[in-house]
Design a protein around this ligand. Structure first.
Ligand code: C2E
Ligand code: MG
Ligand code: MG
Length: 523
């Protein structure tokens, strides 16, 4: 009795336990009519006992709830299936995908999540009407379903967005034939009334599992997001194609954004500082200026040199903000030193994006205007040869405009670029800084020495003053003086230092006595 077989064994066991122990059971059951028809009933069963408490009869009160049950099922269907294409909807997809992931993990296989967006669907809807659009969606859905294998999932998220899940793939490559079939299925012509409709599809594919160290516990939501992102790339790349989500690239893009954000934070939270390295006349001992060099006092990693963080922002607008910060802070420092009687020119390094930006000179003018006490000639700019050589004409115009407002320029790292002669000829620079490798190596390498001699001659004929960078020892200084180059900068003179150490350093600095004895060669 009461065992239509539509419920589990446990269901019936529980029912009988309640009836024997409590004497009553309330619940729902599927039952069978005499004619064999299965129907649903809401039941209340009570046990009638004799005077010794033994069950005599069971009294069952029930009502037929089949109609309500069917309605419930319909609602369930509406909640989990797309009414137009009858495909699973987003909710059911989520559940099925989560299950599929568990199964794939157990079996040690691969799974592909394919985000599908039709190309040109809106145009069909607009031109031929919604009925045509609906017809197209239904047909494309059927064709794509047929392009997949039994057991694969095709769901509609809404609009012209679908998701396919390919299960049990032996490896990633095994998905390629099906992806191509999906593309063909979506792009096939469809006849509707007199019209011929055609769309195509852009597919984004994300695979599971991914390398453990990249995404240890990726879930259904994340996979869908990755596939969506790859689909967007397929659209960008020209539509009617598939793109595979590249976790490696995604991580580097993410890392890039994170670095930009951390440098922006460093700027806002005042973790960036300028250090200053003197440039001197080796012979006379005069300190002719200082170069401002940026550093990042990182809360965890300590003092970071510019090579660690500037390259990350060199192609980002943040490079301009940092560049302006450098100029502004150098000007503030010039004012502070002026107040204690130290009048010393400061040169700042200007990055390419900043220099070549649309309004570099205007920005420079504006920031100078906010420091009217600063005399012309106090601020200088250093432009790397490699940057200047990119567009010599434009850089030349910028330098001329800077000169007009009292800002002189230095051609930095001269010799590192490849168009040195053009630069020398066209750029109205005041100083030229020789790439420090030549200076450092000149004592041991005759090539470097010959290049250095040639550069000095060349600079002489263009009437440029030469500063030798990378002067690390007394011997470097000696050799430079013998070659006729007396302006120098380098660890052998001073390391870059915090601003408040500079006045003390200048007071005590004396050139090496050996340098005073050198007979200068005419350059
Ligand atoms: P740079 O303009 O050629 O600056 C000289 C670099 O050489 C500095 O490195 C300095 O510390 C280092 N140096 C000085 N003397 C010696 C020496 O005797 N031996 C050796 N081995 N090195 C020496 P730093 O501060 O790490 O800067 C590296 C580069 O980063 C700079 O080269 C410049 O191109 C760039 N930079 C620095 N600060 C800024 C800035 O505020 N803005 C921009 N756009 N670039 C900057
Ligand atoms: Mg420099
Ligand atoms: Mg340099």
């Amino acid at each position: 009795m009461l065992s239509s077989g539509r419920h589990s064994k446990e269901h019936y066991q529980q029912m009988w336990r309640d009836l024997t122990q409590k004497g009553i059971w309330v619940g729902e059951n599927w039952n069978r009519r005499k004619n064999g028809e299965i129907y649903a009933q809401a039941q209340k069963i009570s046990t009638a006992r004799d005077e010794k408490g033994r069950p005599l009869q069971y009294v069952c009160l029930f009502s037929d709830i089949t109609a309500a049950k069917n309605h419930e099922q319909q609602l369930e269907c509406i909640a989990r299936y797309d009414s137009l294409t009858k495909l699973p909807n987003r909710a059911l997809l989520g559940e099925s995908l989560a299950q599929a992931l568990m199964q794939t993990r157990r079996r040690g296989q691969h799974l592909a999540v394919v985000f599908i967006d039709l190309d040109g669907f809106k145009a069909v809807n607009d031109t031929h009407g919604h009925d045509a659009g609906d017809h197209l969606l239904i047909t494309v859905a059927e064709r794509m379903k047929a392009a997949l294998r039994d057991g694969d999932i095709l769901a509609r998220l809404g609009g012209d967005e679908f998701v396919a899940v390919m299960l049990d793939l032996a490896d990633v490559d095994a998905s390629a034939p099906m992806l191509n079939r999906l593309l063909v299925a979506a792009a096939k012509e469809i006849h509707y009334d007199q019209a011929r409709l055609q769309v195509s599809a852009s597919l984004g594919v994300a695979f599971y599992p991914q390398a453990i160290e990249q995404t240890p516990d990726i879930d259904a939501e994340q996979l869908l997001r990755q596939a969506d992102q790859a689909m967007y790339q397929a659209k960008q790349a020209g539509k009617n194609r598939y793109c595979i989500f590249d976790a490696e690239q995604d991580r580097s893009v993410r890392a890039y954004h994170e670095s930009i954000e951390s440098i922006r934070r460093a700027l806002v939270e005042q973790q960036l500082v300028l250090e200053y390295q003197p440039t001197v006349n080796l012979r006379t001992g005069e300190v002719i200026g200082v170069e401002a060099l940026i550093r990042w006092i990182h809360p965890q990693r300590g003092l970071l040199p510019p090579a660690i963080f500037l390259p990350m922002i060199q192609d980002h607008p943040l490079a301009i903000e940092v560049g302006q910060w450098v100029i502004e802070n150098a000007l503030l420092q010039i004012e502070r030193w002026q107040q204690v009687g130290l009048h010393i020119p400061v040169s700042v390094n200007i990055g390419e994006r900043h220099l070549m930006g649309p309004d570099f000179v205007q920005l420079l003018r504006e920031v100078l205007a906010t420091h009217p006490g600063i005399k012309p000639g106090s601020l200088g700019l250093e432009i790397r040869e490699a940057c200047a050589a990119d567009d010599v004409t434009k850089v030349s115009q910028i330098i001329q405009k800077c000169r007009a407002i009292g800002v002189e320029c230095t051609l930095d790292d001269f010799g590192s670029g490849s168009s040195s002669l053009t630069c020398l000829k066209k750029l109205p620079m005041k100083y030229l800084k020789i790439e420090q490798n030549f200076v450092r190596d000149m004592l041991g390498s005759s090539d470097s020495l010959l290049i250095l001699i040639a550069v000095l001659k060349l600079a002489g004929s263009f009437d440029l003053k030469v500063i030798a960078e990378g002067v690390e020892t007394v011997e470097h200084g000696l050799m430079l003086l013998q070659l006729g180059c007396e302006l120098a900068q380098g660890y052998g003179i001073a390391h870059p230092m915090p601003a408040d150490e500079l006045p003390g350093w200048i007071k005590q600095w004396k050139p090496d006595p050996a340098w005073g004895d050198v007979a200068m060669a005419p350059c």
